[in-house]
Design a protein around this ligand. Structure first.
Ligand code: FNR
Length: 182
C-alpha cells in the first residue's frame, strides 16, 4: 500500500479542503495510507534556523521523506497558493530537499466557479522549482478542480458526496497509483 503525506492548504476547522482530504482517506483506505500532515504549527520559514529547525519542522520533513507520494489539497487564496501551504513548501525545499522526485497529486476545492484552477497552476510552477522538482502527475486528464463546494459536500457528515466528482477522483487516484509505481 502506498503511503501518502497529505498537505492541506487551509487551517479552517470546517475547511472543504480538509473535508476532501478526509473523504479520500476513508474512500481509498484499502489502496492508500493517507496521513494528513500538521502544518499549522510550523514557524515561518527562516533561513537562519534551517540547519537546526524546531521539532515540528523535522517531523514534517521526515513524514514527507518516508512517504511514497504527496497530495496537496488546497483552497485558492487571491488567485494563488495560501501562505500557510507556501510556507510548508519552502521548508520542504531546503536542506535535504525531500520532495525532489516525489510523486505528487494536486487537488483543490472552492465555493466559487473556478475550482482553484489558478491556484493549482501556480502550485505546479512552484513545485517545478530547483529545490522541489517533484514528479507531478500530469494534470491533463487528472484535474481535480472542485467548484461550487456547498452543493457537493454534506454539511452534517463533512464529506464530499457528489457522485460525479467522486467518480472523477476515483479515476485520478487510479492514475496516480499507476504513476507512483511506475
Ligand atoms: C478566498 N476565497 C477564494 N476563492 C476562490 O475561488 N479564489 C480566490 O482567489 C479566493 N481568494 C480568497 C482569499 C482569502 C484570503 C480567503 C479567506 C478566501 C474563498 C475560498 O475559496 C473559501 O473561503 C474556501 O472555503 C476556503 O477553503 P477552505 O477553508 O474551505 O478549505
Amino acid at each position: 500500500m502506498l503511503k501518502i503525506a497529505v498537505l492541506v492548504g487551509s487551517l479552517r476547522q470546517g475547511s472543504y479542503s480538509l473535508q476532501l482530504a478526509n473523504t479520500m482517506k476513508e474512500r481509498y483506505i484499502n489502496k492508500l495510507d493517507l496521513e494528513i500532515a500538521d502544518i499549522r504549527s510550523l514557524p515561518f520559514f527562516d533561513q537562519d534556523i534551517e540547519l537546526n529547525p524546531p521539532q515540528v519542522v523535522t517531523d514534517l520533513l521526515r513524514k514527507v521523506a518516508s512517504a511514497d507520494g504527496v497530495f496537496f489539497i488546497t483552497p485558492e487564496y487571491n488567485w494563488s497558493v495560501p501562505g500557510v501551504l507556501k510556507n510548508a513548501i519552502d521548508w520542504l525545499s531546503r536542506v535535504d530537499k525531500v520532495l525532489i522526485g516525489k510523486p505528487v497529486l494536486t487537488a483543490g476545492v472552492s465555493p466559487g466557479m473556478m475550482g482553484t484552477i489558478r491556484c493549482q497552476q501556480h502550485l505546479r510552477e512552484i513545485l517545478a522549482s530547483p529545490g522541489l522538482q517533484v514528479r507531478l502527475l500530469p494534470p491533463a486528464g487528472n484535474e481535480i478542480y472542485i467548484s461550487s463546494a456547498a452543493l457537493k459536500f454534506d454539511e452534517s457528515t463533512q464529506r464530499l458526496v457528489d457522485e460525479s466528482t467522486l467518480r472523477t477522483i476515483d479515476r485520478v487516484v487510479e492514475h496516480f497509483i499507476d504513476f507512483a509505481r511506475s
